[in-house]
Design a protein around this ligand. Structure first.
Ligand SMILES: [Zn+2]
Length: 441
């Protein structure tokens, strides 16, 4: 059943082994059979990778697939197709669905849907609290037994410190990390964008940076007290990142992620990037886009390896969720299909280091959630391991057209923007699952 594929003439970059060289890759029987120069692959399907980088398929720790419960925004089928086209072959699904996966049986039925419809490997994240309501810890041992790789109430930060402490103690005893959206909901209440110069000018209620900073401080304290692995979801502030760096220096079991949106955009995007009318609801995201100083700090933190993972926070919405007043619009950006393009555009500008980016898309996230056993082969390109491979052209320019997204979510503030860097082919479990034959100028 499985194909023989020969990926020819590409630059193989694999963070796990330190490989960075012009090599061929032969895929057979679902696994990487050989990596080397001038491989023969008689009868194999050839993928011409000249001028391209051949990477382990990307791993995303933070995606919203919307199913079950919000299929008008996205489904497992549509959003994993979007992930595939973005080069992501292993993604972790956040639990803000209906029902939310807060018990083993809900995860089991979710895994049945995934087995039927998913185009890439999907790993479920279970709820931290029952119904994501923040008051009672979820059935964590059931969730772990059913296959959840982490716990989170993403979008609903666990406000109650004692509940969070109990949750972290239980998660720790199960050997799983807690991924926390660090935000003090009281400080952020009513805010629809970053509090500052732009929110004042637009007359919008802001979310202060202190809301993120104080939540990170509390959660680092709980990480220290419990010894449980804590993953800080989508850090957005320079000060928050400093606190993460300090906690890491002190040896705490702490990791963090950044989104491509927060690396690429600032609060100014709410003005429509200067070329559209103000109040661009597609730039409304939680946590919000911050200042240029924050953005630069995040880029530096990624290059320095303080940030472990780039996670998309892919959040598709229906048109009507965004086609409304800014205050009423939903938070979130459809990100799978632009993530690599923005990252490589920033590599081209000298803002991001290519190897740091690829590490944060492969080995970094695998280490953060300790996925090596649960998702064999994820984030690495090694002979004998499962063949999940992304081939991309770092120099190909293209214009973002949301109508061409595979995602149901057309909500991107990048529509019409030219990016440099595009996915050309993706192998999932040894099958050529996506190949772009036609170059888009
Ligand atoms: Zn979040």
């Amino acid at each position: 059943m499985s194909e023989r594929i020969l990926i020819v003439g590409g630059r193989v970059v694999d963070s796990a082994s330190g490989t960075d060289a012009l090599l061929d890759v032969l895929v057979e029987g679902g696994v990487v059979r050989a990596i080397g120069p001038g491989l023969g692959g008689d009868g194999a399907r050839r993928v011409d990778a000249s001028g391209c980088i051949v990477s382990p398929g990307f791993v995303d720790l933070h995606a919203h697939l919307r199913e079950p419960g919000f299929e008008q925004k996205g489904t497992i089928a549509t959003e994993t197709e979007a992930a595939l086209r973005g080069g992501f072959t292993t993604i972790c699904a956040m639990p803000n669905t209906l029902p939310a996966p807060d018990s083993g049986s809900i995860v089991e039925s979710l895994l049945e849907r995934i087995a039927r419809d998913a185009r890439v490997r999907v790993l479920p994240i279970g709820c931290t609290t029952r119904g994501r309501n923040g008051s009672e810890v979820a059935e964590m041992s059931e969730l772990a037994a059913a296959g959840c790789v982490a716990f989170s109430d993403d979008g609903n930060p666990v406000a109650h410190g004692a509940v969070m402490r109990n949750a972290m103690m239980l998660a720790g005893s199960l050997g799983l990390p807690v991924s926390e959206h660090c935000d003090d909901p009281v400080l952020s209440a009513g805010g629809v964008m970053n509090e500052g110069r732009v929110s004042e000018r637009l007359g919008l209620a802001g979310q202060p940076v202190t809301a993120e900073i104080s939540a990170i401080a509390r959660n680092i304290a709980l990480c220290e007290a419990t010894g449980t692995r804590l993953h800080i979801a989508h850090v957005t502030t320079a000060r928050g990142l400093e606190m993460v760096a300090d906690a890491k220096r002190r040896g705490l079991p702490l990791t963090c992620e950044v989104t491509p949106s927060h690396l690429f955009l600032t609060e100014d995007a709410v003005f429509g990037g200067g070329k559209e009318a103000a109040y661009d609801t597609n730039a409304k995201i939680n946590p919000p886009l911050r200042t240029e100083a924050d953005r630069r700090a995040l880029c530096a933190g990624l290059n320095a390896g303080i940030i472990d993972a780039i996670a998309t926070d892919h959040a598709p919405h229906a048109i009507e969720d965004k086609l409304c007043e800014f205050d009423n619009a939903a938070f979130g950006i459809s990100c799978f299909e632009t993530a690599l393009g923005t990252l490589l555009t920033q590599v081209g500008r000298g803002e991001l280091d290519l190897h740091a980016v690829l590490r944060a898309l492969t080995t970094g996230p695998v280490a953060a959630f300790a996925l090596a056993a649960k998702a064999p082969g994820a984030g690495r390109l090694a002979e004998g391991s499962r063949a999940d491979i992304t081939v991309f052209d770092p120099n190909q320019s293209w214009v973002v057209d949301v109508q061409r997204f595979a995602s149901k979510g057309k909500n991107s503030p990048l529509h019409g923007l030219e990016l440099t860097g595009r996915v050309r082919a993706v192998v999932v479990a040894g099958e050529l699952a996506f190949a772009e034959e036609v170059a888009h100028a």
